[in-house]
Ligand binder design. Structure first.
Ligand code: KE4
Length: 429
């Protein structure tokens, strides 16, 4: 047994499923998860010393590569002054100022500790602001594990085959309406049939959680218009896309202004950080400025703020990072498409910037129903073939890949070769 396998056997006796987040368990791809010991730049190193080229980057945060020196130095400097005060600090003001500069639609922002906290708070504020109870989300989108969102949820919930989780009450579920992604008519029908009852529409402007799925032309504009016409708060869940698809996230790239934005992942530089923010008239509803309660012992934690500030300042000051991320995404997907052609496969790749997914399906993938046509056993064979060739992908078909700027052209070529070989392995078994 490898050290990872030994650790997993012990972990399963102590932790549900042996992991602290379901998608890590390799349930969707089979086999035993790799236990990571360290990482540097584009590489992960497991407990047995094996090296992997990283195409997940902790599900997005490590956009500058692992152990990025300015972030590490910021944390080393910060820990000299204790870890947590539970009192306001200068760094939180600096973080709020930087976020509102990078994401202009965010006039006021509240720091929390995860993307889940951010979306839970954002929907509560929208309900408090409008006095309405219902919300609309899209099938296959994932917004964290808050009860309201575990309805037709993507990511790990979809991977585990439980998009509607037990434990969510019928009353809660009744206030969550769902529509297919990219289906404006379905959203309009929900709004008409629930007149003046919908507080918010929340969506991933580019979906990562059913695999990478892009908004069709006019979709985001149409949602914005429907929200305006029905007095509904538009929430962009940019936990994945924020600070990745552009300095200002998907809303900058697509030129759509949401009312609220939820953030996570990159914002913490790898530390546990989330945030929600947007229009001042809405955010002024949040306690203690207003009556909508939300709180957190470690919100704005000085160590996490130090890491997040170092990362966001680097992204804000180095636009060449985004140029390189576009290049990397383009080179990889051109190479992967060439690999599919060579293998005689007509599978779908959805790609934008430094996010992409190879779907084991010949269908164009623009919603949950399309994504579910994928050949999951084939994906499992492909995943392990890539792992055997030292390339670490998301252990689920229903996840996007996330590039970091640490990927060199030589490594891109190596990943492209591994893809060609792995497609053959997938087809021959
Ligand atoms: P966290 O609570 O995991 O920090 O964020 C929840 C969340 C909210 N919104 C979006 C768009 C997200 O993608 C996420 C979390 N993403 C998953 C990856 N699909 C986290 C990985 C995991 O669950 O282990």
């Amino acid at each position: 047994m490898t050290t990872s396998e030994q650790l997993f056997e012990k972990a399963k006796t102590l932790i549900p499923g042996g992991v602290n987040s379901p998608v890590r368990a390799f349930r969707a791809v089979g086999g035993s998860p790799i236990f990571i010991k360290s990482a540097k730049g584009p590489y992960l190193y497991d407990e047995d010393g094996r090296q992997y080229i990283e195409l997940i980057n902790s599900w997005g945060p490590m956009i500058l590569g692992h152990a990025f020196e300015p972030v590490e130095k910021a944390v080393r400097d910060a820990i000299q002054h204790s870890f947590s005060f539970g009192a306001p600090t200068r760094k939180e003001v600096e973080m709020a100022e930087l976020i509102t500069t990078m994401v202009p639609s965010v006039e006021k922002v509240r720091m929390v500790n995860s993307g889940t906290e951010a979306t839970m708070a954002a929907i509560r504020v929208a309900r408090g602001f409008t006095g309405r109870d219902k919300m609309i989300k899209f099938e296959g989108c994932y917004h964290g594990h808050g009860d309201s969102f575990l309805i037709a949820a993507g990511s790990g919930a979809m991977t585990m085959g439980i998009p509607d989780s037990p434990g969510v009450t019928k009353a809660t579920a009744a206030d969550t309406l769902t529509a297919p992604f990219n289906d404006l008519a379905a959203v309009e029908a929900l709004l008409d049939n629930n007149h003046n009852q919908v507080a918010a529409i929340i969506l991933e402007p580019v979906v990562g959680n059913m695999g990478c799925v892009l908004p069709e032309p006019g979709f985001l504009e149409g949602i914005r218009d429907l929200c305006d016409r029905h007095g509904v708060v538009l929430i962009f869940d940019e936990v994945m896309t924020g600070f990745r698809l552009a300095k200002g996230g998907a809303q900058e790239r697509f030129g759509i202004t949401p009312d609220l934005t939820t953030m996570g992942k990159i914002i913490g530089g790898g530390m546990p950080v989330g945030a929600y923010g947007g229009r001042a008239d809405i955010m002024n509803m949040v306690s203690p400025a207003g009556p909508v309660y939300q709180a957190g012992t470690l919100s704005g934690n000085p160590i996490a703020m130090s890491a997040g500030l170092a990362m966001l300042h680097h992204l804000n000051d180095h636009p060449d990072v985004y140029t390189r991320l576009e290049e990397i995404g383009e080179k990889l997907t051109v190479g992967f498409r060439a690999g599919l052609l060579k293998a005689g496969l007509n599978y779908t790749i959805n790609h934008i910037g430094s996010m992409f997914t190879l779907f084991m399906s010949e269908r164009s993938i623009s919603n949950f129903t399309d994504a579910k046509t994928c050949d999951l056993p084939a994906f499992g064979r492909y995943f392990h073939a890539m792992l055997d060739r030292g390339v670490y992908l998301a252990p689920s078909q229903f996840e996007s890949l996330f590039m970091s700027v640490a990927l060199t052209d030589a490594l891109i070529d190596q990943v492209i070769r591994a893809n060609e070989e792995s497609l053959q392995v997938m087809m021959n078994n």
